[in-house]
Design a protein around this ligand. Structure first.
Ligand code: ADP
Length: 470
């Protein structure tokens, strides 16, 4: 029988995106829509373009009672993606400049906002039957607890951890305002070193817990990567598994990408895109290797290591392009570097189209992440014929094979892999890349091989399907 699934996430491409969660919440339901009846629910943030995405009112509104306060909710919907998208609108949740606030602190009432999102998900489950509810990250984790304590509702709950570093931790006095009884303030439930941890609700009360790569599923059971939840995860280990993310092969396709000046399907086809980008950024030397970084400027992404290594990388005969937004201290450090080195170009901000142009133009993608639950950038890089240079950690272990082990008939993507999260190790890997780049034929052979590999959801959708069946 076809399962009815409600897939909940705080961001979904193309409506709202700050990172990989949005890509996954867009592409996984697309990959699953032929094998189950899937609806995706997210907040209707005020800057989402309703007209563009054909989002209309469903004519339903109700009130959520949370912690003695009444919160108005309106439901919106769109079928423009080929399946049902449901949007939750409530002023406190949605009327903001950005999704979560600044990377340094976030909005002061994020706990309340996303508790309300969980209550709204719970209300949807009351209105309509779903066999499975698939919750993602801390922003909707509390819904697992609300379902657990509801004596009438009985959907199976899957909870996916996209990044354990963001757990939704709030002061203990939030309990009252989110209408959760003090009996849940225990180690086995929401309590976390005297505070409240939303992610614990997802882990404790879901029937299955997944994370986004097999390696990360193992790493988070250790104190090095467990962010304080390793013991709790070990306790719930029997229901924990790792399923690697995929990328949407239409959205990330150099053959179909409308953001590019020239579509292409092999290494040679990249050149017009590279020339165009360099010209736009006033950089010189289309034959020099182009190293890029696209991502959040946070400690996690190895930005400290990158900043330390950049002056030495810039001394090589190459160009460097960085695109990202995040913590101010990184912005300032990168600004200084750009002022000093004419071959470094930095763009602050979030720009989907520009990111695609960078992937298409570049020769190497730098990913010195200290930890990486899965990482999509390296898979996007493969698709666009860009060689990833990655730290051997998390999902990067599962997706990037060492170039030294290259086998032409394999279905693996190859890149330069370094073992320790240091600027020296990154620099050495970059130098190796630089040498390989000189051997044009070999370089193109690897690039063409990577471009032919399959990083779509095909395999992982089967794994999720099996989980849904279970
Ligand atoms: P994260 O930890 O940020 O979720 P992922 O590798 O899983 O990292 O996914 C990052 C996604 O966000 C990719 O699609 C990447 O291209 C995109 N991205 C990251 N930063 C930017 C940016 N500044 N502008 C445009 N796209 C970005």
């Amino acid at each position: 029988m076809v399962k009815k699934v409600l897939f909940a996430a705080s961001e979904v491409y193309p409506f709202a995106k700050t990172g990989g969660l949005a890509d996954v919440a867009y592409s996984l339901p697309r990959a699953l829509k032929n094998i189950c009846d899937i609806s995706v629910v997210m907040p209707l943030y005020s800057n989402i373009d309703k007209e563009k995405y054909e989002i209309t009112s469903l004519g339903e509104s109700f009130t959520v009672l949370m912690g003695g306060e009444k919160y108005p909710i309106q439901l919106y919907g769109s079928k423009a993606q080929g399946y049902e998208n449901v949007f939750i609108y409530s002023p406190i949740l949605c009327d903001r400049e950005s999704l979560y606030g600044t990377p340094e602190s976030g909005y002061h009432d994020n706990g309340l906002r996303f508790a309300l999102f969980s209550y709204a998900i719970h209300a949807l489950l009351k209105k309509k039957h779903y066999d499975i509810v698939h919750l993602n990250d801390w922003q909707c984790a509390l819904a697992a607890l609300l379902i657990h304590k509801d004596s009438v509702l009985s959907p199976k709950v899957i909870y996916t951890i996209h990044n354990l570093a963001y757990q939704g931790i709030f002061e203990a006095d939030i309990l009252e305002s989110i209408g959760i009884d003090h009996s849940y303030f225990t180690m086995g439930s929401l309590e976390f070193y005297g505070k409240i941890n939303f992610m614990k609700a997802g882990i404790a009360y879901a029937h299955e817990v997944t994370t986004v790569s097999p390696t990360y599923a193992k790493e988070i059971l250790t104190s090095e990567f467990g962010c304080g939840l390793e013991g709790f995860l070990l306790f719930h280990q029997a229901k924990l598994s790792g399923i690697i993310n995929g990328i949407d092969s239409d959205h990330f396709s150099p053959q179909k990408d409308t953001a590019l000046i020239a579509a292409y399907n092999d290494a040679k086809g990249k050149k017009p895109n590279k020339s165009d980008l360099l010209k736009k950024l006033k950089l010189k030397g289309v034959n020099k290797p182009l190293f890029v970084f696209v991502g959040r400027f946070t400690h996690q992404k190895g930005v400290d290591i990158l900043i330390e290594a950049l002056p030495k990388i810039a001394n090589l005969d190459c160009n460097i392009v960085l695109l990202g937004e995040g913590e101010n201290r990184y912005h300032e450090a990168c600004d200084l570097l750009m002022a000093k080195h004419k071959n470094i170009h930095l763009t602050f901000g979030f720009d989907e189209q520009f990111a695609h142009q960078i992937y298409a133009a570049s020769d190497f993608l730098l990913m010195p992440s200290l930890f990486e639950p899965c990482g999509l950038n390296q898979m996007i890089a493969f698709a666009y014929g860009t060689l990833p240079i990655v730290h051997h950690v998390g999902g990067l272990v599962d997706t990037v094979k060492r170039l030294e082990t290259y086998q032409p008939d394999s279905c693996w993507g190859y890149g330069l892999v370094f073992n320790s999260a240091t600027s020296r190790a990154l620099l050495n890997a970059v130098k190796k890349g630089y040498e390989i780049f000189e051997d044009k034929k070999h370089f193109e052979r690897i690039v063409n091989h990577n471009m032919r590999c399959d990083f779509s959801w095909a395999k992982s959708a089967i794994a999720y399907r099996a989980l849904y069946e279970k």
